[in-house]
Ligand binder design. Sequence first.
Ligand code: HEM
Length: 369
Amino acid sequence: MQFPHVDPIPIPAPVWLMKALSILTLTLHFFAVQLLIGSLVAVIYFSVKAKGGKDAASSVAALATARRLPIIMTFVINLGVPPLLFAQVLYGRAFYSSSILLGVEWLAVVFLVMACYWLLYRTADRTLNGKPVHWQAGGALVLAALVGHIYASVMTLMLKPEVWQEMYAKTATGLQSAPHDPTLEPRLLFVLVGGLLLGGLWLTLHSKMQTIASDAGDLLRRTGSIMAVAGAVGELVVGFWAYSVQPAEVQTGLHTTFYTVSMGIWGVGFILALLGAVILVGRKANPVLFSFVGALGAFLGLAGAVIVRDGIRDVTLLQKGFDVWKRVEYSNWFVIGLFLLLLVLGIVAIGWLLLVMKAAKPVQEKVIS
Ligand code: HEM
């Protein structure tokens, strides 16, 4: 047995419930990560195009995109915490092993996220004054990609118990990187490339806002729709790549009705997103309607992909002797009920906040020079 033996505490809720919540929250985490990545790419482009404030439409487009970045980051982090907790509870023996072996990288995430956050605030602040931001936004993009790379490394290494012993024998300091794995790049790129899709749809969604000057809005629509088309095609191609590099026995393990349907949802979702994006390229399309159609497709595509990703983990670990469905469970239904109640109350509170925000008097988004 390659996995550590200790698992002294039974899990406090059924495996299916934890998995369902983990899949939902991880889908939303990826959604937010992609908004962040895509917005950063767009801000860099607008900043370069603005030529230090000489092109007014680009300056406003940079401002409108950049000032939403810190808010997006709160969603990236807050929607990353729940799947982190579920991954630890369900797969602790694999997950702790890999995160300890890569301890230095793993702990560096905290500081990288903080630095990234700081750069997002700097970017938002500078665009307000019409200053160029490509270095700040570029720095934030590199840091975010680095964080994604660390997550992908830890999540990939947790599937390879056969290399843990040797890595630990090499050094117990946590200062090492995982041996190369051909599945890592496509799974990381799958999340990053989707940034063009979600970021693009985010731009088109804002293109007709009253608070954004019409020439800037037009630039947002043109840029956003092209980004979204590229991102949707990218998701289909990279998604297929990520699946095809899985070992043959893992692919065979995924030949069940559940995972076949999930793969179908994944493909259909991104094709729907692509359709929405292509329609948005046309000047006459309703940007709000088709941004939502695209976002719905992206959500379905991501959810399908997250389910298959979860299946890849389960099938791989099962073949190596770890069956997550055999975890000892001792459900505390009072606490689970309380949790679900608070979850619903939280969603209602967010809805209420959004209504209040919608009723507020709009303020023109413009550069203060
Ligand atoms: C800029 C910030 C971030 C980026 C770009 C990012 C990106 C990513 C990427 C690319 C993956 C996929 C890895 C894979 O498939 O192997 C991932 C997974 C994950 N991320 Fe994030 N992430 C960020 C921040 C966070 C934060 C702050 C948290 C938690 C507090 C978090 C929690 C997670 C978890 C738990 C997973 C894997 C869940 C699972 O396997 O069940 N992420 N993230």
